[in-house]
Design a protein around this ligand. Structure first.
Ligand code: CA
Length: 240
């Protein structure tokens, strides 16, 4: 097997050093970028086999780096977060990472995940590991095209204001997964969210009135009590 090159993007010297030693010992080729801008430069230059990407970086965040890479590449990306609360944000953002680890992590565990991802990529000759950025997302009868801001339910166009579309986009891109209220609010409104905790609920209610068969008994956007909301994946009812 030829040597795999891993691009480490990390600004903390102690982590960089431990990774360099650990991954080199495992037979990987290792390159290091210590800020987000340099990461993109090195990525373009080296075309590494996998990227280890810290979330908190100088100049350009790991989230932005991940998004930029995903515009052109399906390279496996493992995000490294400093605290588990960041994972929720990273996952909610749908930045396109393949896996996540939280500091402090064991290099041995990380290597196992790296190998698993590289194996998966090697098997995936059709390149369907990641759908191209910006393509239509379809879950059951609901389809959303983020580029065209177009939503259809059972083939019929549904007109949604921007914020409703953004809420739906986040939910549908993470179908089957619970998104906390905090994640939804943070991603869709960020600092613009003005105190009123009802804003999100109002948007969910309006969305339901447009995309649910029976808005009084929602089957698509379901409430997870005390947590947030989830876009339900439809049960497979017919054999295919
Ligand atoms: Ca950092």
């Amino acid at each position: 097997m030829s040597q795999h090159t891993i691009l480490i993007v990390e600004d903390e010297a102690s982590f960089v050093e431990a990774l360099q030693i650990g991954l080199t010992r495992e037979g990987f080729g290792v390159e290091v970028a210590t800020d987000g801008v340099r990461a993109l430069e090195l990525f373009a230059q080296l075309q590494p086999d996998l990227v280890l990407l810290d979330v908190m970086l100088p100049r350009l965040s790991g989230i932005d780096v991940c998004r930029q890479i995903r515009r052109t590449s399906t390279v496996p990306i493992i995000m490294i977060t400093a605290k588990s609360s960041e994972i929720d944000t990273v996952v909610g953002l749908e930045v396109g990472a393949d896996d996540y680890v939280t500091k402090p992590y064991r290099v041995r565990e990380l290597v196992a995940r790296i190998r698993a991802l590289l194996r998966r990529t090697a098997m995936d000759t059709t390149g369907e590991l990641d759908r191209p950025h910006g393509s239509t997302i379809r879950v059951g009868e609901v389809a959303l095209d983020p580029d065209e801001h177009r939503v259809t339910v059972a083939g019929a166009d549904v007109s949604l204001p921007l914020k409703e579309l953004e809420v739906l986009h986040l939910l549908i891109a993470n179908a089957g997964r619970v998104l906390t209220r905090e994640t939804l609010i943070d991603r869709v409104w960020g600092d613009d969210y003005v105190g009123d905790t009802k804003t999100l609920d109002v948007h969910i209610k309006r969305l339901r009135s447009k995309i649910e068969v029976d808005p009084a008994s929602p089957q698509r956007i379901v409430t997870i009590r005390g947590l947030g909301y989830k876009f339900e994946r439809p049960a497979v009812s017919t054999a295919s």
